[in-house]
Design a protein around this ligand. Sequence first.
Ligand code: FHN
Length: 590
Amino acid sequence: MQTYRILLTVVGLAVVSLTAGAQTKETPAQFEKRVKWWREAKFGMFIHWGVYAVPADSSKGAGEWYMNNFQMQVKDYEKFAPQFNPVKFDAKKWVQAAKNAGMKYIVITSKHHDGFDMFDSKVSDYTIVKATPFKRDPMKELSAECKRQGLKFCFYHSIMDWHHPDYLPRRPWEKGVRPAAGADYDRYVAYMKAQLKELITQYDPAALWFDGEWEETWTHERAVDLYAYLKALKPSLIINNRIDKGRQGMQGMNAEDKFLGDYGTPEQEIPPQGFPDNRLWETCMTLNNTWGYARNDHNWKSSESLIHMVSDIASKGGNYLLNVGPTELGEFTPETLDRLNAIGAWMKVNSPAIYGTTKSPFKKLPFNGRCTVKGNSLFVHVFQWPSGTIALPGLKTKVLSAKALDGGEALTVQARTDSVTISKPKKIDPVATVLELKLAGPPEVEPVVSFVRANPDGTYILSAADAEVQGGTARVEEKNGIVNIGYWTSEKDTVAWTLDVPKAGNYTVYLDYACAPESAGSTFTVQIESALNGVGGKVESTGGWTQFTGLTLDGTLSLPAGHQTLRLVPLSMPNGAVMNLRSMLLKPAP
Ligand code: FHN
């Protein structure tokens, strides 16, 4: 069993954390200065690398969860360490591959949930230097190489630790083999702080990417203490929201402002509409299915889809952290290199439309593509060129010139009453063609209201995708092809549609919604903003967040003629969420 040494560090840590609490809160200007490089970087490399690359098996789940997936005892999993000898590891090659792909920062696992240290820790023997034939410190080599090649170096660090004797809770299958008796979680936290101090002082990371925060032993109070401790060690450090307890699952954003973290961390998903403000967020995603290397995971994403995600995420104001799982020998797989090279070739031409940009000023585009903004430049990323010109609805700022980024061909711009059209360049990129429009100022766009019009049978279908979501939590989400309003965890959030009503009439209102048992009980009203009437309802459990069912509201809603805004307004939310709303139907009342 591997040993740990923490006595020498406990006193030192107490002093730092006591003084750290005296830190003053930074101003928005100080925050923006601290995160400037991160906000502008837009694209980074995630690296999950550890002894789990030896079994490299995702047959029962993610490769890096091998110890858990195969319900291994610590002493059996430790046997992988002496087999881990990544003699092909070459920091120069890794950093070059990231740089060629257009990535500006690297986030690598210093320690994943398995507790194995990929760095030369003095407070643990369970490390790549002491417990493997490799004996070198790859984190030292990688951080130095990042400095040499101008990439930011950052660490992923897991709070959850399946190896340390003081970490709690134990895994269910350890009962009797590795009893919890005698384990001291405070002593574990002191050990974790000691290692984080090593990481900060020895490797100078620009950011820390925490994970494994979800078990009940880790608390908001501990997160507050740890955050202050880390900021005292390095005030410029950027820290993600998984240091604390506010993350709303894979959606990745904090439920409330009280929770810590400089940025949100959507995982394996991209927020369908981005966010109404300029909060920082970063989608992390695998190239195939698993974070750690797995010989049996062949479900690789296409280079085209990956390039579209670089564009889509930037167009919503986020960063993209794309993961690589190096092999047990320390190499990137050929499938990985193919994709990184393809992304890099596209970025070589089009990165001005990504780096340092802000989100699109358009809620929707009438073509398959995205937009990003940088100062007075508007970048239009066209995934599929429609026949003829493309139109930018509602663009009010004068377009001074337009060109194709690839080759610089000048394009023809036509200003029309409610849109601007641009001609098609000769050179079309089959994945995404990017145009740059130089404007007379920052782009101003008049929101184009998309009216919901009656169907031939007189009904109105109000879909989640067409909804105007107001508020900080509710948002359009897509899962397994289902698009609904989700993460509706504030009763202040509302959803609305604008209807074009040629003739006044009365309607019955039907909801298509889902709600988990523990969150049922919210009440709400569906109302027309220009009139005082509304119909109300109560959210019952449908059995789960993805089990949708119909609800007919009592009474009828009268719709005056003209353009009418219909809004669903929560009245009470006793159990933490309102509902998942897929659509509403208005049917002419008999
Ligand atoms: O359990 C981890 C998983 O192994 C991986 O590290 C991802 C990456 O964000 N985070 C956790 C799952 O949410």
